[in-house]
Ligand binder design. Structure first.
Ligand code: MG
Length: 159
């Protein structure tokens, strides 16, 4: 038994904040605006896990206005989504994601981001794929006003 889920997210760029992508602090920034740590990649992956298990979405489980989640570590969102999926009998098989950002150039950070997501999700490195694309000068991402992420997750039933 398999279930596939999709997640996507978009956050506005905020030069005053630290960039966190896939649980990795990226010093060269710019950062992203958001109630939590604004980790657009982990948010997309969390929504993909919740979607695959038909458990709602990230806004339902972690409401953005809730003071408990101010500056929250988004790794906790992903861990919670995976725990809820496991409680429903589903275990992750693989994660594939794409980040869209105009700057910084993300390719040097991809190995570390994959490793960090593997740690958070408790999966082998070869089950985690992260790609980076620029916005080609188009839309809010291309103008450097936002970063976006899209993710798919496959869950298998442990039974
Ligand atoms: Mg988000």
């Amino acid at each position: 038994m398999f279930r596939v889920g999709i997640g996507e997210d978009l956050h506005p760029v905020d030069d005053g904040r630290t960039l966190v992508l896939g649980g990795v602090i990226i010093e060269e920034g710019p950062g992203l605006r958001g109630h939590s740590d604004a980790d657009v990649l982990l948010h997309a992956i969390t929504d993909a896990v919740l979607g695959a298990a038909a458990l709602g979405d990230i806004g339902h489980h972690f409401p953005p206005g809730d003071p408990r989640y101010a500056h929250a570590d988004s790794a906790d969102f992903l861990r919670t989504a995976l725990r809820l999926a496991r409680e429903a009998g589903w275990v992750p098989a693989n994660i594939d994601a794409t980040i869209r950002a105009e700057r910084p150039r993300l390719s040097p950070y991809i190995p570390h981001i994959r490793q960090r997501i593997a740690e958070i999700a408790g999966l082998p490195l070869d089950a985690i794929s992260v790609k980076a694309k620029s916005g080609e000068g188009l839309d809010a991402v291309g103008r450097g006003e936002a970063m976006a992420a899209i993710a798919v997750v496959l869950l298998t039933h442990r039974g």
